[in-house]
Design a protein around this ligand. Structure first.
Ligand code: ATR
Length: 273
């Protein structure tokens, strides 16, 4: 059976092996999928060895997505825009192709799973790091009315907005710039929540119809999710569905089969509690 793996550091708690095992079982595909902890500085060597010993595809997670971008022989347009790769595949000609499925994963979870609308909506993204760069192009493809990127370091948000200005109505700035503005969809991509912190958002940000999505997930509601619930958001979600959807897109790239995700999201959720 074909060999797949996810490279990251840390990797112990990776849910990718369980997700891909569930997809393979569902689709009747014979695959092996392992989680591998790669030392910092060793990614390129490890990836080269993986592909030269018959590896068919690799998922790449923190902190190696930029290195995977440089490692790929060929890049999809969205990976090129993201500056980061989370899916590597060995092509028929032996070259390694790099793609980024994070943005598609986010959009699918919000639109197909949660039934939220992006088109025509006012979208706020919190954070301006690699996680945001990775999802901007697919998000802007859904034609939101406008996207504002807000970040602790305003220049990073402004720079990101400039870089993707050709993809849609996009601006960026610091928390001061939010003023009394309101948004229909608020996506948290800052890593503040990982430290149990919450960026300082104005309490008037949400309307009674606003949807709030945290790209982080966990057994407990995140600080951003608690903030959203406290401010009476219409709907609140963590990022577990995004994780499963980006995996589904990788699986599709590798196997040419699109797994159903709903039951898998449920299984992973249950295993986490
Ligand atoms: P990632 O790949 O997860 O995006 P990153 O590039 O380090 O990681 O970006 C982390 C993001 O979280 C940044 O937008 C960062 O803000 P700065 O650009 O100002 O550093 C944001 N962030 C991290 N800790 C934060 C905190 N305590 N409050 C607000 N924003 C925070």
């Amino acid at each position: 059976s074909d060999k797949y793996a996810v490279f990251g550091n840390p990797i112990k708690h990776s849910k990718s092996p369980a997700i891909h095992a569930a997809f393979a079982a569902q689709c009747g595909q014979q695959i092996q999928y392992r989680a591998v902890r790669v030392d910092e500085g060793d990614f390129t060597r490890a990836a080269r060895e993986f592909f030269s010993t018959g590896g068919a595809g690799l998922n790449v997670t923190v902190p190696f997505k930029e290195e995977a971008f440089r490692f790929a022989d060929r890049l999809s347009e969205r990976a090129r825009r993201a500056g980061a790769v989370n899916t590597l595949s060995r092509a028929a000609d032996g070259q390694v192709e790099g793609d980024n499925t994070d943005g598609i994963g986010l959009v699918r979870d919000m639109v197909a799973n949660l039934g939220w609308v992006i088109q025509g909506q006012r979208v706020l993204i919190i954070g301006a790091g690699g996680a945001v760069r990775g999802v901007l192009e697919p998000l802007l493809r859904e034609q939101p009315r406008e996207v504002f990127i807000v970040n602790r370091t305003p220049q990073r948000a402004e720079q990101l907005a400039q870089e993707f200005a050709d993809c849609g109505a996009l601006a960026g700035g610091g928390y001061d710039a939010l003023g009394e503005r309101q948004f229909d969809l608020v996506i948290n991509a800052s890593s503040a929540g990982l430290a149990g912190e919450m960026p300082d958002l104005p309490s008037a940000l949400l309307t009674e119809r606003s949807c709030c999505y945290d790209m982080i997930y966990g057994a407990e509601p995140t600080p951003f999710m608690r903030w959203a619930a406290h401010h009476a958001a219409w709907a609140v979600s963590d990022g577990l569905g995004m994780l499963v959807e980006q995996a589904a897109q990788s699986f599709y790239i590798w196997r040419g089969v699109r797994p159903a995700t709903q039951a898998v999201i449920g299984e992973i959720r249950e295993a986490m509690l």
